[in-house]
Design a protein around this ligand. Structure first.
Ligand SMILES: Cc1cc2nc3c(=O)[nH]c(=O)nc-3n(C[C@H](O)[C@H](O)[C@H](O)COP(=O)(O)O)c2cc1C
Length: 312
């Protein structure tokens, strides 16, 4: 069976790894990912300075998924450069991915330059879609600002693959607008989707919301978001699948979920809420389930299913 993936010069030994956010902030969490069956180590979105993020409670699990408003708590990019160097020594064959986030164009450019120059980092995921910072809208919902920022990012020297973490789009016109921007630049991949932002979950027993920040609104992950993620993967695959890799994130908790997203057009998949719930053992379980499902259907190579959703 062949379940590897390639993005430019970066080889993934398998197709399932962690999404930025859950259990990838501290050196201990990153090491645990390296020791697990995750096929890459994605680091927490980092900003120029360290951040404490939003006040607690800011993460809650419910039956159908999770709601969070962490607010980009991270140790600052210089620490992630140090962590990446240590991880590369320990796990030389595992791709290490930096996730970067800024609050101005200058921030993004500083971070792209820093990680392009760091030999232990293999790939850069630029987060254009955090819904949980008070007063800061999700960048990728502003097409003009995104276009300008992406253009500037590609003026920074360096040959590491760069991709963008996108928010969910709910109207095909908006998906097309973003695809038309991405087409203009040497984008290696997109990751769909970030949390579905600004949602409210109420506990009827206590008659209170589950999380405190941002007027109790937070980003949804887990089962709730899977059909939204699937639709985004499919729409972007049709628009951009011949030019860049589509990575799915959003609602995976089983091997059959992985199979569905490959059919929709994803080549790699990331785990968020399920990783927070189950810890790193989820990689081996979901991988095993995916292999078994592929075998049951007599497929031997992921290429046989990527984008091959049958017509109705
Ligand atoms: C606690 C938590 C923290 C997150 N932090 C980040 C982050 O720093 N950067 C990012 O790109 N996405 C972040 N996300 C979004 C996830 O990476 C993912 O896109 C989203 O949760 C959907 O995937 P899931 O259904 O597997 O959770 C976070 C999600 C959660 C639950």
């Amino acid at each position: 069976m062949t379940f590897t993936a390639q993005i430019k010069n970066v080889t993934f030994p398998d197709i399932i790894y962690n999404s930025s956010g859950p259990r990838c902030t501290t050196p201990e969490e990153l090491e645990a990912l390296g020791n697990s069956e995750s096929s890459a180590i994605m680091m927490k979105s980092c900003s120029p300075e360290s951040r404490n993020g939003n006040p607690e409670p800011r993460y809650k699990e419910v039956e159908l998924g999770s709601i969070n408003s962490i607010g980009l708590a991270n140790h600052g990019y210089q620490k992630y450069i140090e962590y990446a160097a240590e991880l590369k020594q320990q796990f030389p064959n595992t791709p290490i991915i930096a996730s970067i986030v800024g609050f101005s164009q200058e921030d993004f450019l500083l971070l792209v330059e820093a990680f392009q120059n760091e030999p232990s980092v293999d790939m850069l995921e630029v987060n254009l879609s955090c819904p949980n910072v008070v007063g800061k809208p999700q960048i990728a919902y502003d097409f003009e600002v995104s276009d300008e920022l992406i253009a500037k990012i590609f003026t920074v020297p360096g040959d590491k693959p760069i991709g963008f973490k996108l928010p969910p789009y709910f109207d095909p016109v908006h998906t097309e607008m973003m695809a038309n921007i991405l087409k203009k630049y040497p984008v290696s991949f997109i990751t769909c989707i970030n949390s579905v932002g600004n949602t409210l979950i109420i506990d009827p027993e206590t008659e209170r919301p589950l999380i405190a920040p941002k007027g109790w609104l937070g980003g949804l992950g887990g089962d709730y978001v899977k059909p939204i993620a699937l639709a985004n993967v499919r729409m972007f695959y049709k628009l951009l699948g011949d030019r860049m890799t589509i990575i799915w994130c959003g609602g995976i908790k089983s091997g059959v979920d992985v199979f569905e997203h490959l059919l929709a057009g994803a080549s790699l998949v990331q785990l968020g809420t399920v990783l927070w719930k189950e810890d790193v053992a989820c990689f081996a379980r979901i991988k095993r389930e995916f292999y078994e499902y592929m075998e049951k259907k007599w497929y031997t190579d992921v290429k046989e299913i990527i984008g091959k959703l049958k017509e109705l």
